[in-house]
Design a binder for this molecule. Structure first.
Ligand code: G3P
Length: 311
C-alpha cells in the first residue's frame, strides 16, 4: 500500500468514525419487530399486500430489499433477478442472461421500470394475489412512511458497482429528496434504518446519511468465523454501524456476541424468524421469545410479525 492510499484510507476511516460518533446513538427503546419483506408468511414478499398486512399486524418496521432497474429506479425486491417472484420468464422469455455459475437469470438491472411494471409479482405465491406489482421505493414510502418505520436493505452493491451504478448514492438522494433523514428526537424510535451485507456500503451510508441508523448484516463465510472469535471485531463494527444483524444460528453458536455488541454500543437484530423453520422450538413465537428475553437481542426480522411476543 503506498503512502497516498494509506493517507486516503486514514481520512476515510476518520470521517466514518466522526460520522458515527456524532450520530445520536440510541438503544432500541423497547424490543422491536421488523416485518421481513413485509408480512411475507402470508402475502407475496415486497408487494403492497405484504406491506399493508405488516402494518395492520402492528409491525414497528417494514423491511424493503432494494434493487436498481436499467433506467436507475430503486425497486423493492429481495433477489437481484426477477424469476423467483414474478412471471418474467413468460413475459420476456428471450431476455435472460447467464451468471458465472451457468444459471439462467433475468436481472433487474437489465429491465426498465416500465417493463418490470408489466410483471405479476403475486401469482407465484397464491392466485388470490394475481396482479400485485413490483413496487418502487417511492411507492413503498407512500404506502408505509406515515404508518410504520422503514428498514431498507441495499442489495448487491458490488453487482451495481460493477455496472457503474452507485446504489448508496441513489438511495441517499432518494431519502434526502423526501426529507426522511431528519435527526430522530431523543427518546423516539428512528423511523428509518438502513442495512446491508456489504461492509463498504454500510461505511458509505455512515458518511452519506449520518442521521440514519445502520445495520450490518452478517451471513455465512470464512470472514464470519474469524469475526465471531473475538469481541475486538465487534468493536470495529461499532465504528461504522449502529446495529449488528447475524443469522439466528450465529447467535446460538456464540451467544456472547450479544453482550460484546451491547458493550460496544451496538444493538442486535437477528434474522429470520419464520413459522416454517423454527428448529427445536414448538412455534415461531416461542423461538422469538427465547432470542429476545433469554439471549437478550433487541429486535428480530420475522416473516410473522403477528406472532411477535411484546413481553
Ligand atoms: O435483512 C435481514 C435479513 O433479511 C437478511 O436476509 O435473505 O432477507 O436478505 P435476506
Amino acid at each position: 500500500m503506498n503512502v497516498r492510499t494509506r493517507v486516503r484510507g486514514f481520512v476515510l476511516l476518520s470521517a466514518t468514525c466522526l460520522a458515527v460518533t456524532s450520530e445520536a446513538r440510541q438503544p432500541w427503546i423497547t424490543k422491536r419487530v421488523v416485518a421481513h419483506r413485509g408480512a411475507s408468511s402470508y402475502a407475496p414478499e415486497h408487494t403492497a399486500a405484504a406491506y399493508r398486512l405488516a402494518i395492520s399486524q402492528g409491525s414497528d418496521y417494514v423491511e424493503q430489499g432494494l434493487a436498481v432497474t436499467k433506467d436507475g429506479v430503486l425497486v423493492c425486491l429481495h433477489d437481484d433477478s426477477l424469476e423467483r417472484t414474478t412471471n418474467v420468464e413468460e413475459v420476456f422469455p428471450d431476455r435472460s442472461s447467464t451468471d458465472a455459475a451457468g444459471r439462467t437469470q433475468w436481472l433487474v438491472a437489465d429491465f426498465t421500470l416500465g417493463e418490470i411494471k408489466q410483471l405479476d409479482a403475486g401469482s407465484w405465491f397464491h392466485p388470490k394475489f394475481a396482479g400485485e406489482r413490483v413496487l418502487t421505493w417511492d411507492e413503498a414510502v407512500d404506502l408505509v412512511w406515515d404508518k410504520a418505520g422503514m428498514f431498507p436493505e441495499l442489495k448487491a452493491p458490488a453487482l451495481y458497482r460493477s455496472r457503474g451504478i452507485d446504489i448508496v448514492a441513489l438511495f441517499a438522494s432518494a431519502v434526502r429528496r423526501r426529507d426522511m433523514d431528519r435527526p430522530t428526537p431523543a427518546g423516539t424510535m428512528p423511523r428509518l434504518r438502513a442495512q446491508s451485507f456489504d461492509e463498504p456500503a454500510v461505511r458509505e451510508l455512515a458518511l452519506a446519511l449520518p442521521n440514519i441508523p445502520r445495520t450490518f448484516l452478517l451471513g455465512r463465510g470464512a470472514r464470519v468465523e474469524r469475526w465471531l472469535s473475538s469481541a475486538e471485531w465487534v468493536k470495529e463494527v461499532a465504528l461504522f454501524s449502529s446495529d449488528l444483524s447475524p443469522t439466528k444460528a450465529i447467535v446460538e453458536a456464540q451467544p456472547a456476541l450479544v453482550d460484546w455488541a451491547h458493550a460496544a454500543g451496538l444493538t442486535v437484530t437477528p434474522y429470520t424468524f419464520r413459522s416454517g423453520a423454527t428448529g427445536r422450538f414448538p412455534d415461531v413465537e416461542a423461538e422469538m421469545r427465547y432470542f429476545l428475553y433469554e439471549l437478550g437481542v433487541d429486535a428480530v426480522f420475522t416473516d410473522n410479525p403477528d406472532r411477535f411476543p411484546r413481553r
